[in-house]
Design a protein around this ligand. Sequence first.
Ligand code: PLP
Length: 396
Amino acid sequence: MTDFRRSRRASNLALSEIVRISEAARALRAEGRDVLTFGTGEPDFPTPGPVIEAAHQAALNGETTYPPTQGTPALRKAIADSAGFAADPGQVIVSTGAKQVIANAFLATLDPGEEVILPAPYWTSYADILTVCEAELVAPKCGAETGFKLTADALDAAITPKTRWLLLNNPGNPSGALYSKADLEALAEVLRANPHVWVIADEIYEHIAFDPFTSFRNAAPDLAARTLVVNGASKAYAMTGWRLGWGIGPVPLIKAMVAVQGTSTSGASSISQAAALAALTGPQDLLAERCAAFRARRDMVVSALNAIPGIDCPEPGGAFYVFPSCTGLIGKRRPSGELLETDADVCDYILSEVAVALVPGRAFGLPGHFRLSYAYSTDDLTEGLSRIARAVAALT
Ligand code: PLP
């Protein structure tokens, strides 16, 4: 028998903590428990009806053949026109989700051992992509004291001659941190002194911001020649399953990313591209309406969590996550007597005791916290928060 062997680049890839928790939740559900999952990051709203209609029409009209690898000209134009900064369609790549845009950028630019600065807490998938690239993750810890934001000093300290990219996620997953224009300008100042460092600005939560949002491109237009802005349809238009994202950056980088994309997917689905075109060119009122709905949920979740002794929940400025500290619960004991030693113990306890699934901070590179996604109905959130309060009250 021939033994299976993974490639070196795939050897350290493991099931993500988020997937592990989803599976544990599914197993509990199979036992008949009423599990509430606040672990995943997708809007609970439907994809807008006209977007679905446009996809249907595209299919009926025969838009069912291979699209250009870089994306259809019509969609790339709509993306450039709606970017909020000067861009032309040649600077746009359309991919199978924002995740693939980031994977394309890293695969197209990173050699083994090169470094990427990823302020922690960070979205877990960034780290996984770097593992595949055999690149080094440099993750300065950005805690509640800086609003979970990277400061200019911390950026300066993290840069080495091997740094290729700074990846800035604004508004941030899992913290919900929203960088102000001044925050971004301070980071840009450090980057000006380090011309070898390029920037990926992952702005996928742009339209879920509770204070003014500034794109990195508008905070530092002079750095456009080394900035890749990443965005997509998933979060703004509730289109996670359509798998449609885009990047806007300098042409040589985009060309390299298109070459990489040509080796895997050959480009995003033609039907999804037609749908995204309808989303971007149709009425935009739903963006503000949905943002207001998320804001109301944020307010409710933050105040309910802060009412629980041992949990400290800063107020996030965007996205649909809270990232409270649970260090006040570490050192307490379950009713069964077992000690809670880590954030993962806290999450495991809450899942087994009251069937609420949360993700521990360690998955995002910043232990001592947990992430709760509030992209769920108010009824589920109210019930889940009262269950968490009940579980905490049972600790000794
Ligand atoms: N970037 C961040 C910060 C995210 O949280 C997510 C999804 O959770 C993505 C990118 C991926 O988006 P897409 O569905 O477009 O691949």
